[in-house]
Design a protein around this ligand. Structure first.
Ligand SMILES: *[C@@H]1O[C@H](CO)[C@@H](O)[C@H](O)[C@H]1NC(C)=O
Ligand SMILES: *[C@@H]1O[C@H](CO)[C@@H](O)[C@H](O)[C@H]1NC(C)=O
Length: 198
């Protein structure tokens, strides 16, 4: 193989990986939101603190999330939680919370040269509350989380882990200039995140 052909192949490599990060058109706001919610493996979650000296103040913390195994997006962020955890203690008093996820957590924004605070580096804020799930939904949550966060299987058994979902009441999307856009839960759940587009 000639050196120039090899060089060409090397140059073509990144182009195909950029393709994997091609997001839905920005005007299809609900689809963009579903895309981000599926791509991100973790989220910042703000609760209303119950802990001194910041009682009543916002408290933002990092959580591993999954809305389904890769390629199986439900749009519902599932979490694996323990009541020993500081933010979960807040949720026991007030389950209302806010979750934010950004394509800055993927390679997309770096590859495109978008600063995390730029609306072009698409990000979402979910309003709602955190609810424990049981039965078949807990089984699904387990599959969703453990496929994408395998080390969860080995987390200490005596911590009484449980599965929870973020019950979305409003979706806020920053994916382009012109200010934040809102998406209702109905629009969000109806949007197809995986359909092919041109
Ligand atoms: C799941 O079970 C817990 C504990 O029994 C209960 O508090 C919670 O409301 C249940 N969640 C659902 C969605 O049924
Ligand atoms: C869950 O979210 C829906 C909207 O998607 C809302 O109508 C419902 O009241 C929420 N449930 C709880 C327990 O917060």
């Amino acid at each position: 193989m000639s050196t120039s052909l090899l060089l060409l192949l090397l140059l073509l490599g990144p182009a195909s990986s950029t393709c994997r990060f091609r997001i839905p058109p920005h005007e299809q706001v609900a689809r963009v939101a579903r895309f981000i919610a599926h791509r991100c493996d973790w989220a910042s979650m703000a609760t209303v603190s119950t802990h001194s000296p910041v009682v009543g103040q916002p408290f933002s913390n990092v959580f591993s999330v999954s809305d389904g195994p890769p390629g199986t997006s439900t749009g519902i962020p599932y979490m694996y939680l323990t009541r020993m955890e500081i933010s979960v203690q807040d949720l026991q008093v007030n389950p209302q919370a806010s979750l934010s996820m950004s394509l800055a957590q993927t390679d997309y924004c770096r590859q495109q040269g978008f600063d995390p605070q730029s609306p072009l580096c698409a990000h979402i804020i979910l309003s709602g509350s955190v609810l424990e799930v049981n039965g078949t939904e807990a089984e699904f949550a387990k599959k969703a989380l453990f496929t994408r966060h395998p080390e969860m299987m080995d987390w200490p058994r005596d911590h009484d882990w449980f599965f929870a979902k973020f019950n979305i009441t409003q979706v806020w999307v920053l994916d382009y200039f012109g200010g934040v856009k809102t998406v209702s839960p109905e629009e969000y759940f109806q949007a197809p995140p995986h359909r092919k587009f041109h």
